[in-house]
Design a protein around this ligand. Structure first.
Ligand SMILES: [Zn+2]
Length: 98
């Protein structure tokens, strides 16, 4: 039997294309052309294949192979906090003033 939380997570799961438009507005370029390398399992793949969760207080992109956190964005009325630690070890977060 599939645990209920797995069923809920599967229903909320999107691909990287679902957040591409919003990321392009924040970063100023088309992120779907990027190759992403997972900082956890080192698997390389196109951005569009990342797993996106967008129904929380922010947006989360996870590796389709190991489920490791790749990118997290949280927006407040004054700032946008972008956590990139899953892509680039050593960079913890970036804050964009709105
Ligand atoms: Zn991974």
């Amino acid at each position: 039997m599939i645990p209920e939380t797995d069923t809920i997570n599967e229903a909320l799961r999107l691909d990287g294309n679902a957040v591409a438009g919003e990321l392009q507005m924040l970063l100023g370029f088309d992120v779907t052309v990027l190759q992403a390398i997972c900082g956890h399992c080192h698997k390389e793949g196109v951005f569009a294949n990342l797993v996106a969760y967008v129904r929380g207080p922010g947006m989360v992109l996870r590796c389709p192979t190991c489920e490791g956190l790749i990118l997290q964005i949280v927006k407040t009325p004054q700032t946008v906090i972008i956590n990139l630690e899953g892509i680039t070890p050593g960079i913890k977060s970036t804050v964009i003033q709105r």
